[in-house]
Design a binder for this molecule. Structure first.
Ligand code: ADP
Ligand code: MG
Length: 240
């Protein structure tokens, strides 16, 4: 579903992604961990072309992301992204937040878009908040709306960049539970997170990044029990 081949990226002179090779299969959950500044967000953002790559090849669901001929809007339609800050429209209701893109981008009629929105709101456990405004919801509820909004576009892939980092501790679990159920339903997911419990339980592969490189790739059981590099051992000592 996603394949990086010798991908490099520079910000000016700064070599932020160094020779990245990564394959994510359909229905796989890949969890990306690593110290702050190691390039995790940048790698994620290359997948939906929020960042351009400098060289190499990146293919998502058969589409060559950085080919000049690629229609970026079409690409993004199939890739949902959830950020640390939920970025909901404050003056629109939950239902309007979710139906906006299906109506304006996919051209769905309002009634169908609302039915789809209610289906996903129910899935994330907050159907009763459909007519509330974001400010009336807790952080955990807002993040679940953001996930429902992504799902309403029926993407092939969901990307999560530290989706629980801005939440109060008591709300982290409800968001991780939604992500676990998505994984169980077979969604292809790439998740940047510091939630090592989630990584252990849900990941098919763990990617450990440091200084722009993928330093380790492995099954969670192997990675957590027996990290191969000093850098990964150091990192785990600090986060576990
Ligand atoms: P992570 O998500 O692992 O914390 P990032 O991908 O956000 O790391 O950043 C990796 C490095 O690239 C950091 O040193 C950061 O300062 C730098 N960086 C990120 N975005 C930009 C940008 N737009 N311009 C220049 N440097 C950037
Ligand atoms: Mg980041």
């Amino acid at each position: 579903m996603i394949s990086f081949r010798n991908v490099n990226k520079f910000f000016g002179d700064f070599h932020v992604l160094k020779d990245i090779n990564l394959d994510v299969k359909q229905a796989e959950v890949v969890v990306v961990v690593g110290p702050s500044g190691s390039g995790k967000s940048t790698m994620l953002r290359c997948i939906n072309h929020l960042e351009a790559i400098t060289d190499g090849e990146l293919v998502v669901n058969g589409i060559n992301v950085h080919d000049k001929k690629t229609n970026i809007n079409e690409l993004r339609r199939n890739i949902g992204m959830v950020f640390q800050h939920f970025n909901l429209y404050p003056h629109k209701t939950v239902l309007q937040n979710i139906t906006l893109a299906p109506i304006h981008v996919l051209g769905e009629d309002k009634k169908k878009a609302e039915e789809t929105a209610m289906f996903y709101l129910d899935k994330v456990g907050i159907a009763e908040k459909a007519n509330s405004y974001p400010s009336q919801l807790s952080g955990g509820q807002q993040q679940r709306v953001a996930i429902a909004r992504g799902l309403a576009m029926k993407p092939h892939v969901m990307l999560f960049d530290e989706p629980t980092s801005a939440l109060d501790p008591e709300m982290i679990g409800e968001v991780l539970d939604v992500m676990k159920s998505l994984a169980k339903d077979g969604m292809t997911m790439v998740v940047v997170t510091h939630e090592m419990g989630f990584a252990k339980e849900v990941a098919d592969q763990i990617i450990f990044m440091d200084e722009g490189k993928i330093v380790e790739v492995g099954k969670p059981a192997e990675f957590f029990a027996n990290p191969q590099t000093e850098r990964a051992r150091d990192f785990l000592k600090r986060v576990l």
